[in-house]
Write a protein that binds this ligand. Structure first.
Ligand code: 2P0
Length: 320
């Protein structure tokens, strides 16, 4: 009744923003992401009849805040009649700061819980359960380039390209630490209810997905760069035009965009993307990584830089 799993966060190139069914947490739009390799969340789940509530530690400290969502996710994997669980989470990157910690957390949790229950690990089934907890988590069940699409009554997922078939690199410029002002779930609701650009965002997404799919199939970096940057800026435009406006960027976020633009002007193979937080993710051709890292480290306001290759989907750890 115990297992450990590890999962990596993923970065959306074509973003998920908005829900078509809030109660089942189904997205309004499909999305395409890359799963990282070097940032991780490791989750140990131990069902224990000797305790009278679920218990969670995050990086060794008790944590009440995330527990209700993790408990609900455990219910969906193991059933409402399950035993209480001790959950130990460790994470090697900042939590709730726009680095997709919820994606890697729920992906790892579903895999660990299913393994602890000795349930057969059907990846799509686990991805759908992880997606109920956090939409982006479904994508972290798969490695490399991953597409999430809306099926009739659920979501479908597939790998578009294995991580080593197009080994791009990601340089993450951390411009602020600490939790974000508005969580994604709430921010998506505000966008849907108040942004004048929301319906256009939803209706154009299929177009963006088709171009990204084509770029990935052709390993066409410039084509992927152009559509990913535009899709990111469209998502933030939806947020900026909401009431209240949601601006996750800070001055250093903007400076990082200028740095990326400057590198592009010098012919360096890099593009930016930004999620619901102030960090800038620079996606690079392998040979561009060193230049991107140096330039972003030197950008005023950048506190730290993390680097990752592309990796595999969530998996059980052998001795967990
Ligand atoms: C994404 N984000 O595609 C987009 C881009 C943030 C910006 O998925 O409400 O934490 O738990 O389903 O998965 C963040 O949203 O939202 C997210 P919920 P989630 O990566």
């Amino acid at each position: 009744m115990q297992a450990t799993a590890i999962a990596q966060p993923n970065i959306a190139l074509i973003k998920y923003w908005g829900k078509r069914d809030v109660s089942r947490n189904l997205p309004a739009v499909g999305s395409i992401s890359i799963t990282l390799r070097d940032l991780f969340t490791r989750m140990q789940v131990r069902f224990d009849d000797g305790i009278d509530s679920d218990l969670l530690t995050v990086n060794g400290s008790p944590d009440e805040k995330m527990l209700p969502r993790l408990s609900a996710c455990l219910d969906s994997v193991a059933g409402q009649g399950r035993s209480w669980a001790r959950i130990e989470s460790t994470c090697n990157f900042p939590i709730a700061a726009g680095l997709a910690s919820s994606a890697s957390s729920f992906a790892a949790l579903t895999v660990a819980a299913a393994a602890a229950m000795n349930s057969p690990a059907d990846t799509l089934r686990l991805a759908r359960l992880a997606g109920r907890a956090s939409g982006s988590a479904a994508r972290s069940l798969y490695g490399g380039f991953v597409e999430l699409s809306n099926a009739d009554d659920d979501i479908d997922l597939r790998q578009l390209c294995a991580p080593d078939a197009w080994p791009l690199r990601v340089v993450v410029a951390i411009t602020a630490t600490g939790p974000k002002p508005v969580g994604s779930t709430e921010a998506m609701k505000i966008s849907r209810e108040t942004s004048p650009f929301y319906s256009k965002w939803v209706s154009e997404q299929e177009h963006d997905l088709a171009i990204a799919r084509q770029a990935i199939a052709a390993r066409d970096f410039e084509m992927l760069a152009a559509i990913a940057e535009q899709n990111c800026l469209k998502m933030h435009s939806v947020m900026w035009a909401s009431r209240p406006p949601m601006v996750y960027w800070n001055a250093a976020t903007m400076r990082c965009l200028q740095t990326v633009r400057q590198l592009q002007g010098e012919g360096v193979g890099v593009f930016f993307t930004i999620d619901a937080g102030p960090q800038v993710k620079a996606v690079c051709q392998p040979e561009a990584e060193a230049k991107a890292e140096t330039a972003l480290r030197a950008t005023e306001g950048v506190r730290d830089v993390m680097i990752s290759g592309l990796g595999e989907g969530a998996r059980r750890e052998p001795c967990g």
